[in-house]
Design a protein. Structure first.
Length: 346
């Protein structure tokens, strides 16, 4: 199929460092580009992504309407500037993942939009306007089980015989990293095969938090089995998903939370708190477990169950992969969003 060449949609990304929103733009646009003329704009995006400079987004000809698809306040504000001050013909669309009351300024920006998307029913309930709920999906060709997990683990520096738990994302209290570390400190002394790996950036304001956890781990003599790998290139993150036996996402709060879905696409069951969209994504007992937020005892018990039952882990991993492929493939998300674009442009 020939890809569209006319620019019909501009998707801004006004944050240089990798974030969940940036990851959404990076994974969606190549799929959407097969359906509609879409370009990203902004810093920090991979060079292979369909892209135009911000200067061009601000000066596109007025010969037709286009969609400006914002996902942050700054992007909503810039879209308004382009339309009202520079007189560009943009229809304004905003996607919200936040599950909290918005500030007065954000509410004002939301009222200026022509249409809204929410990434979960919970996020929609905070918008005070009608929104189309479109759940995130994942690329099930990128996120898929490894053909040789033992060889992959050796290449990544893990024992093929380990029972490997992963938690990916920024290292901070909001993500429940401390809860997961303390659950591991309870469980690992009696389970010498268990290991835990974190990937994700530690920002300066969270350095003391992370250092305190590392000190607890060292005091327990588990520094070789509970490791913080820092921020990794995207391809390496995918390989680490494929190496796991179990994924954990014990966040205290979350906007959407895509990481368990990415893990499940790799046939890895997920243990997550009942926050964000996790209750929608994870089938409790079938593709993983759901626990109350900020509940160390419940998290420990859920992890214990999966650590101690390899057969249940393998069955849940297969069920997780099938569930994601059937219900949460990225093509469905892309098609639903493109339908909103076409409605705005019609």
């Amino acid at each position: 199929m020939t890809e569209p060449t006319e620019i019909e949609v501009v998707a801004p990304n006004l944050k240089r460092r990798l974030s969940g929103v940036t990851a959404t733009v990076v994974r969606l646009i190549p799929v959407q580009a097969r359906m509609i003329g879409i370009r990203a704009t902004g810093p920090g995006l991979p060079p292979e992504l369909p892209h135009i400079p911000l200067s061009r987004a601000a000066t596109l000809p007025r010969n037709r309407w286009r969609v400006w698809h914002a996902r942050r306040n700054t992007e909503m504000a810039l879209g308004l500037i382009f339309r009202r001050i520079l007189r560009r013909r943009y229809r304004l669309l905003f996607t919200s993942a936040a599950q909290r009351d918005h500030s007065g300024f954000t509410k004002w920006l939301i009222r200026q939009q022509d249409a809204l998307i929410a990434t979960s029913p919970q996020a929609a309930s905070y918008l005070e306007r009608e929104a189309t709920v479109i759940l995130h999906g994942v690329d099930t060709e990128t996120f898929r089980p490894s053909e040789d997990r033992a060889a992959l683990r050796r290449a990544l520096g893990f024992s093929p015989d380990a029972v490997l738990i992963g938690c990916f994302g920024r290292v901070r209290a909001q993500k429940g990293v401390d809860l997961l570390v303390r659950a591991a400190l309870r469980l690992f002394p009696e389970r010498p095969e268990a290991q835990l790996v974190f990937t994700g950036r530690i920002t300066p304001d969270n350095a003391e938090f992370a250092d305190g956890l590392k000190a607890e781990i060292a005091a327990a003599g588990l520094s070789d089995r509970i490791r913080f790998l820092g921020e990794l290139p995207w391809a390496e993150v995918v390989r680490h998903y494929q190496a796991l036996d179990l994924f954990a996402a014990p966040a205290r709060w979350e906007g959407f939370g895509l990481t368990p879905l990415e893990a499940m696409a790799c046939a890895v069951p997920a243990v997550a708190a009942r926050v964000g969209a996790y209750e929608t994504l994870i089938r409790d007992g079938e593709t993983g477990s759901l626990v109350p937020p900020d509940d160390l005892d419940a998290l420990t018990e859920a992890l214990r169950r999966w650590l101690d039952d390899a057969g249940a882990r393998n069955a849940a991993g297969a069920a997780a992969r099938a569930h994601v492929t059937r219900n949460h493939a990225i093509e469905g998300e892309a098609e639903a969003i493109v339908a909103i674009y076409r409605k705005l442009l019609s």
